[in-house]
Design a protein around this ligand. Structure first.
Ligand code: 21W
Length: 223
């Protein structure tokens, strides 16, 4: 999977991708991460990328020229999709992540606390995605959420042990409670059933806990 991220803050993307599992994914070439800064494409003598809104109002608007030129500087590739991160987009979920993971290349367009000039949408025609109903300062964290979630689906990103956990995660229920050593901590004990080595009983206990948690916290997931 190739990610091309168009952002005014490329270091935010590069830094996150230099740790942990994404770092390894880059090292084993499961993914490649390329950043493009629209500021480098600004034709303005002060490298301006935003301006005041026509019609008035607060805030600034991201100019079309630097973003469209940054976008058009990227090579055309088959099986590629462009995603714009905006608060008005469709809310991200695991189904969308699975859809995105089918592509060979994803272009991610990030704004930063400003709206995009509408003509950027009209020219690029991106899929618009949000990560939920709360206000952030920019599209970089949402872009990283997509990169992180999609990368997990790419062969070679997760090791054997982590892939096994994928199965229990994606069964549509919340996870059961986990325990490790010691058996007693501050008077709190690990449930007896997990210590007796009866795998059938353990499996049933975990399934019940998962169901109960899901009913209590996320009844919407049970439909
Ligand atoms: C916040 C962008 C507010 C635009 C007029 C001119 C991407 C995001 C974002 C942001 C506004 C996502 C304005 C969940 C999010 C994102 C920054 C509009 C300012 N008005 N998913 N400028 N939440 N957020 N208001 O915030 O770019 S995906």
């Amino acid at each position: 999977m190739k990610f091309d991220i168009i952002t005014l803050f490329p270091e935010m993307i590069q830094t996150y991708c230099s740790f942990s599992i994404l770092k390894r994914a880059v090292e084993v070439s499961a993914i490649t991460v390329n950043t493009i800064n629209p500021r480098d494409f600004s034709l303005d003598k002060h490298k301006k990328v935003d301006d005041t809104p026509y019609g008035g109002g607060a805030g600034m608007v991201l100019m079309p020229q630097p973003y469209v030129d940054a976008y058009e500087s990227l090579e055309h590739m088959p099986n590629s999709i462009t995603v714009m991160l905006t608060p008005q987009g469709e809310p991200l979920n695991e189904k969308i992540v699975n859809e995105l993971a089918q592509y060979d290349r994803i272009i991610l367009l990030c704004g930063h606390y400003e709206g995009f000039d509408e003509r950027i949408r009209e020219i690029i025609k991106p899929r618009e995605i949000s990560i939920g109903d709360f206000v952030l300062t920019g599209g970089e964290l949402p872009a990283l959420c997509i990169m992180d979630a999609v990368s997990r689906k790419i062969k070679g990103t997760l090791g054997k042990i982590e892939s096994a956990d994928q199965d229990s995660f994606s069964c549509g229920l919340l996870e059961y409670p986990h325990y490790t050593k010691p058996r007693e901590y501050r008077g709190l004990n690990v449930p007896e059933v997990l210590l007796n080595g009866n795998h059938k009983e353990i499996e049933e206990f975990r399934r019940q806990e998962s169901l109960q948690r899901t009913k209590q916290r996320r009844p919407d997931l049970l439909n």
